[in-house]
Design a binder for this molecule. Structure first.
Ligand code: ADE
Ligand code: ZN
Length: 336
């Protein structure tokens, strides 16, 4: 890459979509304290610094424990609106023009909030962001895989009145021990209801989970997928299918999915012809929004690769073809 300042500006200016962002994972410590104050809730940390110091993880579950605890400060539609708007404000500064964001309704309904508090608040925040920044967005409902199939079905049923405003279902939370197969029937029901399907697979789980996500969940997009690289047959299949992978470099580092950024699989994924994209996952917990994730891997890529990653973000999105074509032209114009 050319010098860092030049590369930083190129990355921030590159029009891009973000396809793997848990909105609850964009809850910054300062905002957590502000929501706690506004909702008169005690949180078990004395300061923002003490909270940030707790963000030290050796595996996915360490993070999930603190992430679900943090979400407890979200109580009202206004909280969800403000959370979403804060994310879109940062994403806009990073050159994001379209985002497809996850939410975990069970994290909220299981503590007594009606489904609509999160859904309506987020949808209102998405609307404000489009009016203010011109960013378009879609909402993805994730099932928590550590809970059972019946709970996922109950969530899909609770979502019924909102399904015209939800683009897809996803699958997240503790991967190992909770294979995609457990959710085959609820994903079939979601597909029959006209929703797209995505799933986290191959983050900590084995390549077999990626295969199950493809063959049993019929996913339209693969979230993470790092461990697919352990299977040459799977790599060939993913490359041939053109399915997008939503990869999250800083998350992978923070959760010890990779030991060192120099070992991050993004360059190998591009070399194998996989439709890899760069995303931030849970930026408030992992130390950076989407442009920081591009910057983390940029030393191992050339400028053409960065353009490919941005193009892939639109090709892997659930936008209609005419919008994809328009965004690709904007990427090419910027790169030229
Ligand atoms: N929920 C939020 N972030 C996640 C991740 N990286 N993997 C699984 N579940 C998650
Ligand atoms: Zn994720």
């Amino acid at each position: 890459m050319p010098d860092t300042a030049d590369s930083d500006a190129f990355i921030a200016g590159l029009p891009k979509a973000e396809l793997h962002l848990h909105i609850e994972g964009s809850l910054e410590p300062e905002q957590m304290f502000a929501f706690a104050r506004r909702n008169r809730i005690q949180i078990p940390f004395a300061s923002v610094e003490q909270l940030r110091a707790a963000y030290s993880f050796t595996q996915l579950q360490d993070f999930l424990d603190i992430y679900y605890q943090g979400a407890d400060v979200l109580r009202t539609e206004e909280d969800f609106h403000d959370l979403a708007l804060a994310y879109f404000t940062r994403a806009h500064a990073d050159g994001v023009v379209h985002a497809e964001i996850f939410f975990d309704p069970q994290t909220h309904t299981d503590r007594g909030l009606p489904f609509g508090v999160a859904a309506d608040g987020l949808l209102a925040g998405m609307k404000t962001a489009e009016e203010r920044f011109g960013i378009t967005s879609k909402l993805i409902l994730c099932f928590l895989r550590h809970l059972d199939e019946a709970a996922a079905f109950a969530t899909l049923q609770a979502a019924e009145p909102w399904l015209d405003r939800i683009a897809a279902v996803g699958l997240d939370s503790s991967e190992v021990g909770h294979p995609p197969e457990k959710f085959a029937r609820v994903f079939a029901a979601a597909g029959a209801a006209g929703l797209k399907r995505v799933a986290h697979a191959g983050e900590e789980g084995p390549p077999a989970y990626v295969l199950e996500a493809l063959d049993l969940l019929h996913i339209d997009r693969l979230d993470h997928g790092n461990r697919a690289l352990e299977s040459p047959e799977l790599v060939t299949r993913l490359a041939r299918s053109g399915i997008a992978l939503t990869v999250c470099p800083l998350s992978n580092l923070k959760l010890c999915v990779v030991g060192d950024v120099a070992q991050h699989p993004i360059p190998a994924m591009l070399k194998h012809g996989l439709r890899a994209t760069i995303n931030s996952d849970d930026p408030a917990y992992f130390g950076g929004y989407v442009a920081d994730n591009y910057r983390a891997v940029a030393p191992y890529l050339d400028r053409r690769d960065l353009v490919t990653l941005a193009r892939n973000s639109f090709l892997g999105s659930f936008l209609p073809d005419d919008a994809v074509t328009r965004h690709l032209a904007a990427v090419d114009a910027f790169a030229a």
